[in-house]
Design a protein around this ligand. Structure first.
Ligand SMILES: [Zn+2]
Length: 446
């Protein structure tokens, strides 16, 4: 659609080696040409409208058959039964027979600057890979994420790549590379000595996150991250630094509370990596918005989260992937203790009625395979396809304060995905991505 309103220029076409890349390049080119043309010549309203006519629309909550969606520039301007959406004489129609149109999916926990640990161990990524190499990979990860239907991603830490996520987000926003809209945290905060990598005690090696302690250190680190472009502050409330390698709390209650206060006064929320009951408890009392992982959560802790309105992002896909990297033959071997613990804590969280954010900790496993989290929640943790679909769209949007997306409604961003089949009945339909639109620009189409 919009990309074909303007034929791709020679330079764009010359670089195209396959049909798919042409679409992406053409889309980006069209975007920049359109905005220039619109500003210069005042393109009349309606001239860029597109009517999408799928078999059904999932609006972020419910399925509707017979609905159409009208998009103009980067926004949805109408959605509803075909007969009720006022026809626009200049609108182009995109027929999507057999497809379900849904809001662009929202990844709740990714690390675009990491790649799967069974390719390269985390320590080696942090210590041996240059920032240039990591950023180059991340550009490909961003594209794969978008083409998998994820038009937004909350990227929870560069893991040793400094503030590279800020530049990555700028490159996407400026149309230089295709990728999801990003919420970034930059370096993330850890208590001194708690994180990694760790080599000899004689060597101070670069860490995967920023060490900060005490009143002065914490205030300075939070403000520095915000000043450099953090949308969210991420803190590691516990980590595996116990005497026996077990997870233990890191920051004190006072430190965590100070992190939240400092971030909040600058309009930023805080999210916490936490898997011990005490780490989770302190983070929740401090006022974080989401707990990441939560493996050791107890009924008491989940009751507290429910009471305080803190969501859990369980990252079941990362647990599953890590267990398999360590030799678990899923399907034949019994579940290892950490997976059994995950099942127990998830059952307790669901029983307590804790709101779930959806995010897989992508990077531990391959970018573009983001939908693994939804699949596992359905197949291994007994959620319904409708539940996980709501989580990945309107649910994540609400938890992450993204009022302009996650739902198909007039006035919201034209971030849309079309899949073959009915994803409210079968989560596998989310693997069948046929169309990806972000801000009215098509990156993939039937
Ligand atoms: Zn993570």
């Amino acid at each position: 659609m919009r990309y074909s309103d303007f034929p791709a220029g020679q330079s764009g076409r010359a670089r195209c080696s396959g049909r798919f890349r042409c679409v992406v390049l053409g889309g980006l080119l069209a975007l920049s040409m359109l905005s220039t043309t619109a500003r210069a010549q005042g393109v009349p309203a309606g001239s860029t409208a597109t009517l999408l006519r799928p078999a059904a629309v999932f609006d972020g909550q419910e399925m509707h058959s017979g609905w159409v969606v009208l998009v103009e520039n980067d926004k949805i301007i109408a959605a509803g039964p075909a007969a009720q959406v006022a026809p626009q004489p200049t609108a182009r129609t995109l027929e999507l027979p057999g497809l379900t149109l849904l809001p662009g999916l929202i990844e709740g926990h990714s690390h675009l600057l990491l790649h799967p640990y069974n390719e390269t161990a985390w320590d080696d990524q942090v210590l041996r890979e240059s920032q240039a190499l990591r950023v180059a990979r991340a550009t490909v990860h961003a594209q794969r994420t978008l083409l998998a239907g994820f038009t937004t991603a909350r990227d929870l830490g560069t893991e040793g790549a400094g503030f590279a996520d800020v530049g990555l987000k700028q490159a996407i926003n400026q149309g230089i590379i295709p990728g999801p809209r990003l919420l970034v945290v930059t370096r993330a905060l850890v208590a001194t000595g708690s994180y990694g990598p760790k080599l000899s005690v004689d060597e101070n090696v670069p860490q995967g996150a920023q060490e900060a302690d005490g009143v002065d250190g914490i205030i300075r680190a939070v403000r520095e991250q915000i000043g450099k472009g953090a949308d969210i502050i991420k803190v590691y409330a516990d980590y595996r630094w116990g005497p026996d390698g077990s997870a233990q709390p890191t920051f004190s209650q006072e430190e965590l509370t100070l992190i939240v206060q400092t971030a909040r006064s600058a309009g930023r929320g805080v999210v916490a990596h936490a898997s011990t009951p005490e780490g989770m408890r302190r983070a929740v009392l401090a006022g974080v918005e989401t707990i990441e992982h939560g493996d050791g959560g107890t009924p008491e802790i989940f009751a507290l989260m429910k009471k305080r309105g803190v969501a859990l992002c369980p990252t079941v896909a990362a647990s599953d992937a890590t267990a398999q990297y360590k030799g678990w033959h899923k399907g034949t071997d019994p579940a290892p203790p950490r997976i059994q613990q995950k099942h127990q804590s998830m059952a307790a969280a669901l029983k307590a009625g804790v709101t779930l954010a959806q995010g897989g900790d992508v990077g531990v496993f391959a970018h573009g395979d983001n939908i693994r989290e939804a699949e596992l929640l359905v197949h291994d943790y007994s959620l319904t396809p409708l539940q996980v679909l709501r989580q990945a769209t309107s649910g994540n949007a609400q938890i992450f304060h993204l009022a302009d997306r996650g739902t198909i409604r007039p006035g919201l961003l034209a971030d849309l995905v079309a899949v073959a089949g009915d994803p409210t009945q079968d989560v596998a339909a989310l693997r069948q991505i046929r169309l990806v639109m972000k801000g009215g620009v098509l990156y993939r189409q039937p």
